[in-house]
Design a protein around this ligand. Structure first.
Ligand code: AMP
Length: 218
């Protein structure tokens, strides 16, 4: 089983990807997390991609495609959830081709959607744990102790790209490039659209209603 989860920044992809991976025992591949880790350790890839992340632009496809290919080879026997990949048609084609070489395909492409103004409000209030990656929202899903992760007790931080001008740029990139995936996956008959308003539990339930019955939870 191979699932693509996409949607505009701040729609809740990271949170839902974590819940789904645990619930259905999927390996989660989060491109944004992977790139941020490379930047944090200042690897050669990290140094190449840092400015793209800061400005809210897409990292060049050749870097992305190579990172994904290595992951696919290492996880060929596993069920995979792709979070934040693909982000444009070129990446979607390359994923399809790489999977075909392994005798695999995308089974579901799930798009989460909400209004742009709601996105900006969510992102401006988003914090995440620098250690375990758990995501919080100061308004709707705050930590028990201010600024501290409930799970691992580490400090919560704001992402560099969660400032309004960069958020607007990321939304533009989504609308001009990533949104094209909708038609692409509709043609492959794997597309489902999910209302991402409401609590994380409500959104999770909507996604489970689609996937239950297709994925063995054991
Ligand atoms: P995310 O954590 O998914 O919001 O991604 C954060 C940033 O990482 C994006 O704004 C891009 O700069 C970069 N990024 C993540 N996934 C991709 C991708 N598939 N292609 C290109 N850039 C990406």
């Amino acid at each position: 089983m191979r699932i693509v989860l996409f949607g505009p920044p701040g729609v809740g992809k990271g949170t839902q990807a974590e819940l789904l991976a645990n619930h259905f025992h999927l390996v989660k591949f989060s491109m944004g997390d992977l790139l941020r880790q490379e930047v944090a350790v200042s690897s050669s890839i990290g140094r190449r991609v840092e400015s793209y992340l800061k400005q809210g632009n897409l990292v060049p496809d050749d870097i992305i495609v190579e990172l994904v290919y290595n992951f696919l080879l290492e996880n060929r026997e596993r069920d995979i959830l792709f979070d934040g990949f693909p982000r444009n048609l070129n990446q979607a084609h390359s994923l399809e081709q790489n999977l075909a070489q392994l005798g695999q395909k995308i089974d579901f492409a799930l798009e989460l959607y909400i209004a742009d103004e709601e996105i900006i409000k969510r992102l401006q209030n988003r914090l995440y744990c620098s250690s375990c990656g758990r995501i919080y929202n100061c308004l709707t899903d705050p930590p028990k102790k201010k600024g501290i992760c409930d799970v691992c007790g580490q400090e919560l931080i704001k992402r560099d790209d969660d400032e309004e001008p960069v958020i607007r740029r990321r939304l533009d990139v989504y609308n001009s490039q990533t949104r094209l995936l909708t038609e692409y996956y509709k043609e492959l008959n794997v597309y489902k659209r999910i209302d991402a308003s409401g609590s994380k539990e409500q959104i999770f339930k909507r996604i489970c209603e689609i996937l239950d019955g297709y994925i063995d939870k054991e």
